[in-house]
Design a protein around this ligand. Structure first.
Ligand code: PHE
Length: 463
C-alpha cells in the first residue's frame, strides 16, 4: 500500500478551480448554452413540418418532464463531483467503467460541433451579407439560387465555419469567468431585445393571425409516434442535455445555488425563446403566402424572402441573422468546453493547447459536414451525407443514450442521500415535494420514456 506521504502531491497546490461567480452568471451561461440554432433554426422548421401547435404541445411536455429531469441530474453529477464530465464519473464511481459514459459525451460533443459549426458558418455568412445589403433579390427563386450557390461552393462555407470556430475558441481561451460567463451575460439581453423587435414587426403585418393560429391552435390529428420521437430528440438537443455540457457547467455552480430552480428557469426561458422565434417567423411566413414546411432551409430561404419583401426588411433581416449568430455562438462555446475541460482536467493540458487541439479536430471533422453540400454531396455512409449522419447519430442516438446513462447513474449509483443533499442544498431549501417528484422522474419516468424512444430510433420497437 502506498504511504499517505507518497499519495500527496509534492508540488504546490493547484490554484482553486474556476467557476461561475453569481446566480445571474450561472443562468446566463446555461441559458447561453441552451439557446442556439435549436431555437431559431431547428424548432421552427420542425414545428413547420410537423403540424404546428400540436408539435409545440408535445415538445413542451417532453421538455418539462424528460429534458428538465436530465438537466437537474447533470447538475447534480457535476456539482457533487466538482469535476467535468469524464472526471466526474471517475470521482463518483472510482474503479468502474462509468467514465465511459463521459467519454461518449465527448464524442457526442464533437459530432454535434461538426455539423453545428456548418450551420453556424452559414448564419455568420448570412449575417454579414445582410449587413452589407447583398442579400436582397427581387424574385423569390433568386433566394433559392443564392443559397444553393453559396452552399454549393466548396470554399466559402468552410471559411465561415472556421471563422465561427475561431470566435468560439477565443471565448473559451478567456476562461470560465472572463470568457463564458461575461460573454453570455452581455449577449443574452441583446438577443432577447432583437428577438422582441422582430416579433413586434411580424405581429404588425397584415395577415399575421394565420401564422399565430398555426403556432397556437393545435390539431391533434397531426400527432403520430414519429412526432413524439422527434419532439423528444429536439428537447434533448434544445436543453443541451445528454452529452456532458450541463454536467461540466454543473461543476462550475457553487454550493449555494438552487439546482432545481436554476434548471427550471433555464428550461422555461429557453422554451420562451423558441416560441418567440416561432412568433417572429410563422406570422411572416403566412402573411407573405409561403409554406411553413420548407425544412432545414426555412431559415435561409423563407426568412430572407419574407423579411426583404416587407417594409424595413433589410434592417430586420440583418438583425435576425445577427441574433441567430449570437445564439449559435453561446451554444458552440458550451460544446467546445466539453473536450477542452476534459483535456485540461484529466490530461493536464494547458488551456490554450486543449482549445487549439479541439478546434483543429472539429475543423477537420466539421469540414466533411460542410462539404456535404458541395464536393462530398455524393459521399454517403449508412445512406446519409456526413452532415445528416452527424445530426442523426448525435440527436437520435448519442443524446438519448447519454440521457439514460445519466438517469441510471444518478438514481442507481449515487445514493438517495446524495441526491437529496444536492437538490436541497443539504436541507437548506424547503423544496421536498419538488425533489420527490424529480426523484420519481429520474428513477422511472425519464429512463423508461427515453428507452422507448431510443429503441424506436434504432428500429427495434415500432411506435
Ligand atoms: N442547445 C443548443 C441549441 O439549441 C445546442 C446544443 C446541444 C448545445 C448540445 C450544447 C449541447 O442550439
Amino acid at each position: 500500500m502506498a504511504k499517505y506521504s507518497e499519495i500527496q502531491p509534492q508540488t504546490k497546490q493547484a490554484p482553486p478551480r474556476e467557476g461561475f461567480t453569481s446566480t445571474l452568471g450561472v443562468i446566463a451561461a446555461t441559458l447561453g448554452s441552451a439557446v442556439g440554432l435549436g431555437n431559431i433554426w431547428k424548432f421552427p422548421y420542425m414545428t413547420g413540418q410537423n403540424g404546428g401547435a400540436a408539435f409545440l404541445f408535445i415538445y413542451i411536455v417532453c421538455v418539462t418532464v424528460v429534458g428538465l429531469t436530465i438537466m437537474i441530474s447533470e447538475f447534480i453529477i457535476g456539482r457533487h463531483a466538482g469535476a467535468a464530465t469524464v472526471g466526474a464519473y471517475k470521482k463518483l464511481a472510482p474503479g468502474s467503467k462509468w467514465y465511459l459514459a463521459g467519454t461518449s459525451n465527448i464524442l457526442a460533443a464533437f459530432l454535434i460541433m461538426a455539423f453545428y459549426t456548418t450551420v453556424a458558418g452559414w448564419v455568420y455568412a448570412y449575417a454579414f451579407q445582410a449587413m452589407t445589403g447583398s442579400l436582397s433579390f427581387s424574385r423569390p427563386e433568386d433566394y433559392k439560387l443564392a443559397f444553393a450557390s453559396f452552399t454549393g461552393d466548396p470554399w466559402l462555407p468552410l471559411f465561415w465555419q472556421w471563422i465561427a470556430l475561431a470566435v468560439t475558441g477565443a471565448v473559451i481561451l478567456a476562461g470560465v469567468k472572463n470568457g463564458i460567463e461575461r460573454i453570455t451575460k452581455t449577449l443574452l439581453p441583446v438577443l432577447f431585445v432583437l428577438l422582441l423587435l422582430c416579433d413586434v414587426r411580424a405581429l404588425t403585418l397584415d395577415g399575421a393571425s394565420a401564422g399565430l393560429a398555426f403556432l397556437f391552435k393545435p390539431d391533434f390529428s397531426k400527432i403520430t409516434g414519429v412526432t413524439i420521437l422527434l419532439a423528444l430528440g429536439l428537447s434533448f438537443f434544445k436543453l443541451s442535455v445528454g452529452m456532458g455540457t450541463m454536467t461540466t457547467y454543473g461543476s462550475y455552480i457553487d454550493k449555494n445555488q438552487n439546482l432545481i430552480s436554476t434548471a427550471a428557469k433555464v428550461m422555461f426561458s429557453d422554451t420562451l425563446v423558441s416560441i418567440l422565434a416561432g412568433i417572429a417567423i410563422f406570422p411572416a411566413v403566412f402573411a407573405f403566402g409561403f409554406q411553413p414546411d420548407a425544412g432545414p432551409s426555412l431559415l435561409f430561404l423563407t426568412i430572407p424572402m419574407v423579411f426583404s419583401s416587407m417594409p424595413l426588411g433589410q434592417l430586420f433581416l440583418a438583425m435576425f441573422f445577427v441574433l441567430t449568430a449570437i445564439a449559435a455562438t453561446g451554444a458552440m462555446i458550451s460544446l467546445l468546453e466539453v473536450p477542452v475541460s476534459y483535456l485540461c482536467e484529466e490530461r493536464k493540458w494547458p488551456r490554450w493547447q486543449a482549445t487549439a487541439a479541439s478546434v483543429l479536430g472539429i475543423a477537420l471533422l466539421g469540414s466533411t459536414a460542410t462539404l456535404s453540400t458541395s464536393t462530398l454531396s455524393n459521399f454517403t455512409l449508412f445512406g446519409k451525407t456526413m452532415f445528416d449522419l452527424f445530426d442523426f447519430a448525435s440527436s437520435n442516438i448519442l443524446l438519448p443514450a447519454g440521457g439514460i446513462a445519466i438517469a441510471i447513474f444518478v438514481s442507481r449509483v449515487l445514493s438517495t442521500k446524495v441526491i437529496f443533499a444536492e437538490a436541497t442544498n443539504n436541507g437548506q431549501l424547503k423544496n421536498h415535494r419538488l425533489v420527490t417528484a424529480y426523484y420519481f422522474s429520474v428513477r422511472y419516468l425519464a429512463p423508461i420514456a427515453i428507452a422507448i424512444i431510443l429503441l424506436n430510433s434504432l428500429g427495434l420497437v415500432k411506435l
